[in-house]
Design a protein around this ligand. Sequence first.
Ligand code: GCV
Length: 834
Amino acid sequence: MRALLFLASLGFVAAENGLDGWLRYAPLPCSGHCHSSLPSSIAVLNATETSPVYVAGTELQNGLKGVYGKHVKVSHTKCKSSSLVVGTLDQYREHCGPVHGVPELEEDGFWLNTKGKNVQIIGQNEKGALYGTFEYLSMLAQGNFTKVSYASNPAANIRWVNQWDNMDGSIERGFGGPSIFFEKNRTVEDLTRVREYARLLASVRINAVVINNVNANPIILTPENLDGVAQIADVFRPYGIQVGLSLNFASPQTFGGLSTFDPLDASVIEWWSKITAQIYERVPDMAGYLVKADSEGQPGPQTYNRTLADAANLFAKEVKPYGGIVMYRAFVYNQLDENVWTDDRAKAAVDFFKKLDGEFDDNVVIQIKYGPIDFQVREPASPLFANLPKTSMAIELQVTQEYLGQQSHLVYVAPLWKEIFDTDLRVDHKPSLVRDIMTGKRFNRKLGGSAAVVNVGTNTTWLGSHLSMSNLYAYGRLAWNPADDAEEVLKDWIRLTFGLDRKVVDTITRMSMESWPAYEQYSGNLGIQTLTDILYTHYGPNPASQDNNGWGQWTRADHTSIGMDRTVSNGTGYSGQYPEEVAAMYENIETTPDNLLLWFHHVNYTHRLKSGKTVIQHFYDAHYTGAETAQTFLTQWESLHGKIDTERFNHVRRFLDYQGGHSIVWRDAINDFYYNLSGIPDEAKRVGHHPWRIEAEDMKLQGYKAYDVTPFEMASGTVAVVTTSNTTAGIASTRIGFASGKYDLAVNYYDVYGGKAEWKVYLNDREVGQWVGNGEDTLSHTPSTLLDGHSASRVTFRNVKIHKGDTLKIVGKPDGNEPAPLDYVSLLPAGIVD
Ligand code: GCV
């Protein structure tokens, strides 16, 4: 039995800002046998400061100091007299003699043995030794003093992260502040944060990072910037992490001054050879290139009627002599015509790549998003995984929650990834789990694995919010072993990040495990995708934005029916891209799981699901259930008051409070939209009925005026109010007609980017509360300049004593572009969510 020590945490020390992530090495309140596991000295079998084994020694020293409060001496190479030894197999043999009991280790694997007299951390290579060190420290930091002896090997050799950092320092779909790599079109000089990032990544066994956006700016290739890239690579190298670069396909022309960027043109090939040589001269171990081409306006080989393989192989040949690889993205698609029933963006990847199977060089890896569209809350596994048996593949995931609440919503994404990993695509009627395909195991490919878009920024929380770091941690763990359990991984992260208190672990586990299902329920259901605004910030609701454009994220919703018919018999034919058994399952509406029904089939709103509910009633119910669950996140978190340091407690509290309110925005927007479209009422009579609400436009207005919100479903009753001038305060007041009692007083307003309006709420001229429209500074999602689903927010004052006939007054002071907008007030008796 694992001797896992659940000890009450020590009283809280200084506030924590999240910078250390899960590598806090918080002091263990330990006594007795816990101290007996403290090594008395450490032998580090490499004395070169830039080597991963040396870094492992420093990490051990710091970790033990943090956990035990004791300084442990480190010596280099003095194996015999030390009680902990860390090094590679070869180093061990050289300095310590024969190794016993170590099974065959694969590249980057390690052996951890705490059973004998000495603790042995032995890597197949230096990286492995560092990974083993982090594993050992993770056990100690979790109060786990079990005597163990085991080897751990990676399931895949590609365990990459992609940063979508722009040269000007902004980050595409980044929610944690500006870049740690670039500013003002140059690499940054102070690389402190880069080193801290390297530590975090190495601790979860990430082995490469692509530092610039796939929508690549060729100026990354200037000599000055390549010098900067070399400095960044020097910082990552001791952590066993290689640097990779995204390329802009048109660089030979736009940056190099050639007349063409045709991948088969001799001058173009020569140009790339020179650039590649310049890079490897500076960064001899550069991991390779990442290429987005012929996609979303990015240039590519199609300009010259060349194939995607021509393009990938051009780069593959350049990096091959240096040991590099090319990650070529499968995210290639064209604008489509929605009037054509058979047009389907989901088919694009297979259409483009399947015919090229076998034509890619052996150091090309096709990087495939987990689903065929774009990181939606629910997608089937991309059929491309089943269609490239002669090509190396890697899966692309997103830690940055572009469509999943942009870190302002708690969404633990690992369970979503796990559903994809565990999908059996039944290629040739044989077991073909996506995880075995992507790692290369199923089709015997040497290369394979995963890449996650991470997008950390300079914010001390890294990603924008503390709880979203569970996704980065889980990504690394699952990249190493995609068979790991998402909940167990989460628990490790919680213990390392917030301590060992059982209530803390249980509560954050429950909230996190409920978060993806809840988000799916209030944002998109039955496989309809995340119904966010795909034309603007990808954050708040806007279901109409999916259709009537060429982007192909269609729902094909009309007055009677909804869903994409992707069957072979009557639709786009997409289901036929899967191997026979899977295709048959999706082709048939009876065997298609409900959660992907509208992905594969176009049905009436009155179509009955396996649950017996109609599609429309399921929509209504799920949105209510999801939003209700989101309300509990705040109360669950608040039950941890006193058990978490104040800074992180308050930060998370603010986010969860906001999420509770925004989940209601989502719920009502989607339900009102489909009620309006279908005309079918909610059996439970909730949609469109809000007995506890007072609409702002129905209040007595001074200095405020009614404002028709677009899209209509983004305001309760379709109308909000805004101040009549951008300098003078507005007042909205009303007499309360509800029975006297205690209520939660919620105000729905819009937090618009471009100003910091201030609101105050009064009851009979007594101030109940106030707030500022500063979400752009205090939350993480992309702000909006409009009154819409992104800016719609709620503030709640709890347990307010109200008497029938009291006057409720809200004073809104506009600022800049923000006209102190108000939508409605809800007075909620205990237990009512509305
Ligand atoms: C980097 C989606 C995102 C884009 C992203 C693109 C991609 O379309 O919205 O921001 O561009 O995917 O993955 O290339």
